[in-house]
Design a protein around this ligand. Structure first.
Ligand code: SF4
Length: 303
């Protein structure tokens, strides 16, 4: 089988650190699973890979909405708290309905979404939906009250185009994938602001992610680190963290990425064509709590 070119990303790194078996299923066993000539197991794995959760979907849709707000220039009468909440919640409810009552839509074409909660539990309790709705309300409210929203809309700072936010940089001959949420610059000071919206809890790794982006910006757009301002906006908890990174942070991050690339490549039989070792080399996690929320648990011998 021909695999895609080997690339490094933070999400790939996190998956491998969580469970080697999950990493194998996610990035190798599911490959080509959208094609009819792929084995039944490959197609099944691909379907499971595309399961999503209420929490992830809320996060995705919040990111999409925010992107639209800034890309299409904020329009006060149109981009309102109510509009954001209602449009996202309506989409979530459509997904809930399809997942529970029309699973064939996903089964026949797994590029359509299916909720993990509906697939594995066959029901989504009202309490869970109520909790999700409250989370979304909180997130929406905090977005419109965030310093970033105020700063960008009041000062009319120019926001960088989407194409400038999806990039990759090279680490040796390996592509490192980068996806930045919001980039804007202050015309007077020339300072570049990089904002990462978070809809979950604060995590230590968030800082590393920003360090990677800042390294990229400083090279690609020829900015000194002192001209790059990094922000994590935690929309659920209404918290903001500002960082001004130093060279040492960049060095640490580069070390983490280089070690992670070597570790990932130690699971390849043919590194040049990204061919993995046999499945038996990918160990299952010892942490069973992880398995409870794993999309692949149905096909994993562990559970
Ligand atoms: S069910 Fe557990 S052991 Fe199996 S792939 Fe998922 S996380 Fe790994």
């Amino acid at each position: 089988m021909k695999y895609p070119e080997f690339r490094w990303s933070f999400s790939k790194h996190k998956t491998l650190m969580t469970c080697q078996a999950k990493y194998y299923k996610q990035y190798y066993q599911s490959h080509n699973g959208w094609r009819e000539d792929t084995s039944a197991l490959g197609r099944h794995t691909y379907r499971l890979k595309n399961l999503t959760t209420l929490e992830i979907e809320v996060g995705n849709k919040v990111h999409q909405f925010i992107e639209e707000v800034f890309m299409n220039s904020y329009q006060p009468g149109i981009h309102t708290e109510e509009e954001m909440f209602c449009s996202i919640w309506n989409e979530i409810m459509v997904l809930v309905e399809t997942s529970l009552h029309h699973p064939e839509v996903w089964y026949e074409d797994p590029r359509n979404k299916m909720l993990f909660e509906a697939y594995y539990n066959s029901e989504i309790p009202d309490s869970k939906l109520e909790e999700t709705k409250e989370r979304l309300k909180q997130i929406v409210q905090n977005f419109f009250q965030s310093d970033t929203f105020r700063e960008v809309t009041q000062n009319h700072y120019p926001v960088w185009k989407t194409s400038e936010k999806f990039r990759h940089m090279m680490n040796g001959n390996i592509k490192v994938q980068i996806k930045m949420d919001l980039l804007y610059s202050d015309k007077k000071t020339k300072v570049v602001h990089l904002v990462d919206w978070k809809t979950g809890k604060i995590r230590e790794e968030d800082r590393y992610q920003l360090a990677l982006y800042s390294h990229y910006i400083s090279h690609a757009f020829k900015r000194d680190l002192s001209q790059i301002k990094l922000v994590n906006e935690y929309l659920l908890d209404n918290q903001r963290k500002d960082y001004q990174l130093q060279q040492i942070d960049i060095q640490n991050m580069r070390e983490v990425v280089a070690n992670s690339i070597s570790y990932m490549q130690s699971f390849l039989e043919v590194p040049d064509s990204n061919v993995p070792l046999d499945q038996s080399f990918f160990e299952q996690t010892a942490n069973e709590q992880v398995c409870v929320f794993c999309s692949f648990k149905e096909i994993c011998k562990k559970v």
